[in-house]
Design a protein. Structure first.
Lengths: 488, 485
């Protein structure tokens, strides 16, 4: 396999130099998927036929001498909560097991317009609620670095498919860390953009004020290339922001001289594994050697982030998921009375994690509880935003571990609260709506560790620059899971 | 015995009015009435996964306009909220509405009751989306095996206007509703087509002993769709509550429904069973800032409202009754104004519009909105009467001709030869013939029977097919009858 795990730039060069056709390239990836899926199980749906049809179109363009974009003709896959016209979009739930959207998510359309080849739809925690992909209603996805471990979640399929080389890149969604945490667990690069940079139209909502779509890639440059294609104002999403979208690759400079990095001490608490703390210290040293200025700082309200997130995200989810009632689409349990139909449908087709969150959200919004929960959580959210604003007025970026531990063993996390604790470093970023990126920072117990960089609003470019310099000077991205080495 | 002997009614009304936009509030689907079921729909109004709302600015414009017409304060900062409840006609199982920061508040409108003016407070007005419609396979929901949902109406923009509990009699309630609907119609905020369900009322009503200042326990009766229904419903409900109170029992705070066929209100749910709507901010939409310039831009488009128009008509010399009738619909009032532009005799114009033209429209089941007679055509006809070219009687024929054929009055008069005969010689000739044919009547008249004169005038008119100038006929007849035969 000469193409698997190559960068987007390398694949693009192969295509324009006609060293390989898109159909051949897509065929190689589809073969790779067939070979590894029995072990990884990242895909809910593989769209081989459509992928080859799209590849053929790109080949015709190349044959006619037309110029093609950097993503054209290259296979990728989407988290299964991103709507794809005429392709089943399940949210990894029995509720939408057979749901075929009549329309594309904006990111789907934008990638299609960029000539991307959709290879399939990826497994996830049901409705993006979870941190291990174990709450998928269908099957578990394995971590390519250790098949007995989870890939993280909720974008577990998105991270595992990229780490296993099944696609060149993928899209995930991040509500409290659902891109960054699996990226860290699988040793890939994952970006959660600034809230409003990428359209949410066609992303089946979990928590509207927190959800954001972003790319998972092997390298920082690949990540910037994918963001180039999907970012930008969308008239169909009122919360998307009109802004001057730069070419994000212009920031990819191996130079962090004078970059001020703040290290929030609160992000080194909450059960951080000491070996991970050690790796992050090494990373700080690397940055220092490259000329960055490191300073410890404080975000005093971070201890309230997790409960505030829990209240806001479950409140929004309880309302967002109310539409799944069996009336006009999705799963329906037949019953005599409409109210029984609706109740039975929801009782049967939602998994326990989704139900738990909807119950809590409904409780938090109920009259008598609203002030104590929802209103208070919004106040905490404001304080957290202020904490970040103060820190980011002083530092260009903030640096922390992405997660307190490496990927869990499958079945290891049975306590819901323990699961939420794993997102303790990523959640505050969603509450503030800031951009953050997770990049590979080494290995503990032969499992990848992620480093998180947090930037100011719309400072994705700066994050890419900081991430790129680290990547180029450490080379962790070149490590390959043993599973793939054996295959070679 | 009526409830009024012992109790005073306290009533407030929530009015849901459909805003006159071309497209729905959060998507580009048409708001057109009718249409095959589920054809005016898209992922947004069907509530498909991932579909997001985008606010139609025209909805905001119309809401501001309604607020201004109702003397409301327009919020500088307003937002949408979700009202959560499960019902199969609600595609998302929440309604996007406004909760604590409505676009309009603290307004009022004036009603006239027994010649006296009374101010009714408007608490607030807020924007929201309509739900779909259940279609039952059988006669009603209880007799049907199954029901279907038509989402054509889902997402049609509504303005909910909440009044203060300022009304004390059923007449006041009806006067308030009529004035409100008229204002919204004038302002162009809504088509106010009651028969298409574009206006619906929820009434809150309670009784208290005469002289008491405390409020009694109220009931809410939902979804009334005509003034007549509101009147009958309130008349029933006040008597029902009076009976409960007279027995020494307490009125239960509850939501009731109006059964029009039986003429009764029925309990729907009690306070304990009331929905907890779990309102919270709609995160899929951004809050809205309305700057003063926006409000002024809308204010500049506000037309003359009914109260001002009525005053102006009275100044033109019309009676209060005439002014009231002419302003009862914007279309009729506009028609009046446009005729007046070409024929400025208010009394005459009013008489024709309220009389013959209204009757003609009514007989043909039409309204002033689609009146086939153009205002200038009516004015032209009135000019012909004034000039003496046609008589008032002939004019009625001409009016019908314009109505059916659409031709201008002068053309009709010419083509049909309806021009009045004012030629003295011609008339003298005709009259001479009439007298010669009716010697008995002539003798009667000359014998002192005045009635015979009327008969002779009638005969002349008959002979001229009504075209003879009446004054001239009178004059010539009298002259001729002086001469003995
Ligand atoms: Zn629609």
């Amino acid at each position: 396999m000469k193409t698997i795990r190559k960068s987007l730039a390398e694949l693009h060069t192969l295509l324009v130099n006609k060293e390989i056709s898109s159909v051949e390239l897509t065929g190689e990836y589809l073969d790779h998927i067939s070979e590894f899926e029995p072990k990884i199980r990242a895909f809910i749906t593989v769209t081989a036929e459509k992928a080859l049809a799209q590849a053929k179109k790109i080949d015709q363009k190349i044959a006619q001498g037309e110029s093609i974009g950097p993503l054209a003709g290259i296979p990728m896959a989407l988290k299964d909560n991103l709507c794809t016209e005429e392709i089943v979009t399940t949210c990894a739930s029995q509720m939408l097991r057979e749901f075929i959207p009549p329309y594309n998510a904006t990111v789907t359309s934008r990638l299609e317009a960029a000539g991307a080849v959709l290879a399939g739809k990826l497994n996830m925690d049901e409705f993006a609620m979870g941190s291990t992909t174990e709450s998928s209603a269908f099957f578990l996805t394995a971590n390519p670095w250790d098949l007995s471990r989870v890939p993280g979640g909720s974008s577990g399929g998105s991270a595992a498919s990229v780490a296993a080389g099944e696609v060149a890149y993928s899209l995930g969604s991040d509500t409290g860390g659902s891109i960054r945490q699996p990226a860290a667990f699988c040793g890939v690069v994952g970006l959660k953009p600034t809230y409003g940079v990428v359209s949410r139209y066609g992303l089946a909502a979990f928590a509207s004020s927190l959800d954001q779509v972003g790319p998972l890639t092997r390298t920082v440059r690949d990540n910037a290339l994918v963001l180039n294609a999907i970012a930008g104002y969308d008239v169909l999403d009122s919360t998307s922001v009109p802004f001057n979208k730069p070419d994000y690759t212009q920031f990819l400079e191996n130079n962090v001289k004078g970059l001020k990095i703040g290290v929030p001490k609160e992000f080194f608490e909450h059960g951080l594994k000491s070996e991970i703390a050690e790796l992050i210290k090494q990373a700080l040293k690397t940055y220092e050697q490259l000329g960055a200025e490191i300073e410890e700082c404080s975000l005093p309200h971070m201890q309230y982030a997790l409960p505030a997130y829990f209240v806001i995200s479950t409140a929004e989810c309880s309302s967002n998921l109310a539409r799944y009632d069996g009336v006009s689409y999705g799963y329906r349990a037949e019953a005599e009375e409409v109210i029984d139909m609706c109740e039975t449908t929801r009782a049967k087709a939602f998994g326990p994690e989704v139900k738990r969150r909807m119950l809590f959200g409904t409780y938090a919004l109920s009259s008598g509880n609203y002030e104590a929960y929802y209103v208070k959580a919004q106040k905490v959210r404001t304080l957290i935003k202020q904490d970040f604003a103060q820190a980011l007025a002083k530092y260009h970026v903030l640096l922390s571990p992405t997660t307190p531990t490496v990927a869990y063993k499958i079945g290891e996390i049975s306590e819901p609260v323990a699961c939420y604790m794993g997102d303790v470093y990523t959640i505050p970023v969603n509450l503030a709506g800031l951009p953050a990126i997770s990049i590979p920072a080494g290995f503990v117990d032969n499992m990848p560790v992620g480093l998180q960089l947090i930037g100011n609003y719309f400072a994705e470019g700066l994050l890419y620059r900081a991430a790129y310099a680290f990547e180029q000077n450490t080379g962790y991205y070149q490590e390959i899971p043993a599973l793939l080495r054996e295959a070679d | 015995m009526s409830y009024q002997d012992k109790y005073e009614m306290v009533c407030g009304v929530e009015t849901h009015v459909e805003l006159a936009t071309k497209t729905k509030i959060f998507c580009a689907c048409t708001t057109e009435f009718g249409g095959e079921q589920n054809t005016h729909v898209c992922p947004v109004c069907l509530g498909l996964p991932g579909a997001l709302p985008v606010l139609n600015r025209e909805v905001v414009n119309l809401a501001i306009k309604a607020g201004l017409a109702l003397n409301c304060e327009i919020a500088e900062f307003t937002k949408f909220d979700r009202k959560n409840y499960f019902y199969p006609d609600l595609s998302k199982n929440y309604q996007t509405s406004q909760y604590d920061l409505p676009i309009c508040k603290n307004g009022r409108l004036e009603i006239e009751i027994n010649g006296e003016s009374k101010s009714i407070g408007i608490t607030r007005a807020h924007m929201e989306e309509d739900a779909g419609k259940l279609v039952h396979s059988g006669e009603s929901i209880t007799t049907s095996d199954s029901s279907y949902v038509d989402y054509n109406r889902a997402g049609v923009p509504l303005l909910e206007i909440v009044s203060e509990p300022d009304m004390r009699t059923v007449d006041e309630v009806i006067a308030y509703l009529q004035e409100l609907v008229q204002i919204l119609d004038y302002a162009g905020v809504s088509d106010c087509k009651m028969e298409q369900g574009s206006v619906r009322f929820d009434v809150n009503v309670s009784l208290r002993p005469l002289g008491s200042r405390e409020l009694g326990t109220r009931t809410e009766i939902k979804n009334l769709n005509s003034f007549a229904a509101v009147r009958r419903c309130l008349e029933y409900e006040t008597e029902r509550q009076a009976k409960v109170l007279n027995k020494g029992e307490k009125v239960i705070q509850e939501t009731r429904t109006w059964d029009d066929s039986q003429g009764v209100t029925l309990s729907l749910r009690t306070k304990e069973e009331a929905h907890d709507y779990r309102y919270f901010p709609e995160a899929d939409l951004v809050p809205l800032k309305i700057d003063p310039e926006w409000v002024e831009r809308i204010r500049a488009t506000l037309p003359e409202l009914p109260a001002a128009k009525r005053e102006r008509l009275k100044e033109l010399g019309l009676s209060g009754y005439e002014a009231g009738v002419l302003t009862s619909s914007k279309a009729m009032a506009d028609y009046f104004d446009r005729v007046m532009q070409n024929y400025a005799d208010a009394k005459v114009v009013a008489n024709w519009i309220m009389g013959d033209l209204s009757a003609l429209l009514k007989a043909n089941n039409r309204s002033f909105e689609d009146c086939p007679i153009k205002p200038y055509q009516l004015a032209d006809m009135l000019k012909l009467i004034k000039k003496g070219d046609i008589s008032g009687k002939i004019a009625k024929t001409v009016l019908e001709e314009i109505y059916t054929g659409g031709k201008d009055p002068a053309v009709i008069v010419k083509e049909k030869g309806l021009v009045q005969i004012r030629d003295q010689d011609a008339l003298e000739k005709i009259i001479a013939e009439v007298l010669a044919q009716n010697p008995k009547s002539v003798a009667d008249y000359q014998g002192g029977k005045e009635k015979a004169f009327g008969f002779l005038v009638g005969q002349v008119m008959k002979a001229t097919q009504g075209k003879a100038n009446p004054e001239l006929v009178n004059k010539i007849l009298k002259e001729k009858l002086q001469i003995a035969y």
